[in-house]
Design a protein around this ligand. Structure first.
Ligand code: SAM
Length: 285
C-alpha cells in the first residue's frame, strides 16, 4: 500500500472531496454537512436529533442502531489517526479536549496541516466548515474565528503515523494509559489491502486508546478505489455495515451508535466508487 500513496496530492484530494457538491452547506443531503453533524452529535448528547424520519429518508440517511446510554465525550487527549490534509474531523472535538494530536503517514499531508496551523495557509478555505460547526453548537456563525483560534491552540503535534505498525505513533507523545478519544476518518479501509489487514490496523490503533475511551470511526462502504491525484487510483477494502460492526466488536469495542449515509446520485462525482459512508461511535471495553 505504501507504493500506492506515492504521488498523493493533497490539493487534488481536497478539491475532489471537500468542495461542492460534497461540501455544500446549503444542502443537508450533502455529505460533508452530514459528517460534521455526526461528529457534533457524538461529542454532545443523545437528545440532539439532526433529521426527522421524513428528512432522513429524503437525504438517504439511516441511523441504524442506538446502543445503551449515549455519553457526552470530553477529556485530556484526542488523537486523530490518518488526518490527511483535512481539519473538519476535529472541529467539534477541539472544544472538548485540552490537547489534540493530528497524524498522517505522508509528510506532504503533515505539511499541509502545519501550514494552516502556523501560517493560516491552506489549499482550501475552511471558513464555511468552521461556521457550520459553530451553528451546530448553537453559536453565531461569526464565532468561527474563535473556533479556528481554539483549534490552533489545542493542536499540540502533527505526527507521523503508520496503522500497520503495532505501535502506530511514537509512544512518547501519549501517556501509557492511552488517549481519551480517537477519531479516524476514511483511513483504515483506504490503507489496507484486505479485511484482515483492516482488522489488524483497527487493533493497532486501539492500542492508542485508554480503556473506557471512545473511538469515532468514519469510513467508506462498498468502495474499491479512490483518487489521490489525477490518474492515481488508490485501492480500498470494500466494507459492508456488518463487517464494520463485527470488526469493532472483535477489537474489543462496545458499539454505541452506527449511522449510515447512502450516497445520492449527485454525490457520485467520479473520484471514487463509494456507495455509502458509516459513522460509528464505540467505547473500548
Ligand atoms: N482523514 C482524511 C479524510 O477524512 O479525508 C484523509 C483520509 S485519506 C482517504 C487516507 C489517509 O491515510 C491519507 O491521508 C494517507 O496519507 C493516510 N495513510 C496512508 N498510509 C497510511 C498508514 N500506513 N497509516 C496511517 N495513515 C496512512
Amino acid at each position: 500500500m505504501e507504493a500506492c500513496y506515492q504521488g498523493f496530492d493533497p490539493v487534488s484530494y481536497l478539491h475532489y472531496n471537500y468542495t461542492p457538491p460534497r461540501a455544500d452547506f446549503e444542502r443537508r443531503s450533502s455529505i460533508v454537512p452530514w459528517k460534521l453533524s455526526c461528529l457534533h452529535r457524538a461529542f454532545t448528547e443523545a437528545q440532539f436529533t439532526y433529521y426527522s424520519q421524513e428528512e432522513a429518508r429524503e437525504v438517504h440517511v439511516q441511523c441504524l442502531r442506538w446502543y445503551g446510554k449515549d455519553d457526552d465525550i470530553r477529556g485530556d487527549i484526542l488523537v486523530d489517526v490518518g488526518s490527511g490534509p483535512t481539519l473538519y474531523q476535529v472541529m467539534s472535538g477541539c472544544e472538548r479536549f485540552d490537547r489534540v494530536i493530528l497524524s498522517d503517514f505522508l509528510e506532504v499531508n503533515r505539511r499541509e496541516l502545519q501550514s494552516w496551523l502556523q501560517e493560516g495557509k491552506s489549499s482550501i478555505d475552511w471558513t464555511a466548515y468552521f461556521k457550520y460547526v459553530c451553528k451546530l453548537e448553537g453559536r453565531s456563525s461569526s464565532a468561527w474565528a474563535e473556533k479556528a483560534t481554539r483549534l490552533r491552540s489545542v493542536v499540540s503535534d502533527v505526527l507521523p503515523v503508520d496503522v500497520h505498525q503495532t505501535c502506530p505513533l511514537s509512544p512518547e507523545f501519549l501517556p501509557s494509559s492511552g488517549a481519551d478519544c480517537l477519531v479516524s476518518s476514511f483511513c483504515l479501509e483506504s490503507v489496507s489491502h484486505d479485511l484482515l489487514s483492516f482488522n489488524h490496523a483497527l487493533g493497532h490503533i486501539s492500542s492508542l486508546l485508554k480503556k473506557g475511551g471512545y473511538l469515532l470511526l468514519i469510513g467508506a462502504l462498498g468502495e474499491s478505489f479512490y483518487m489521490g491525484a489525477p490518474e492515481l487510483y488508490i485501492p480500498v477494502v470494500p466494507l459492508d455495515e456488518s463487517q464494520v460492526c463485527t470488526s469493532l466488536k472483535a477489537s474489543g469495542y462496545e458499539l454505541l451508535q452506527l449511522c449510515i449515509y447512502h450516497l445520492p446520485p449527485d454525490m457520485k462525482v467520479g473520484v471514487d466508487d463509494v456507495t455509502g459512508v458509516f459513522f460509528a461511535k464505540a467505547r473500548k471495553r
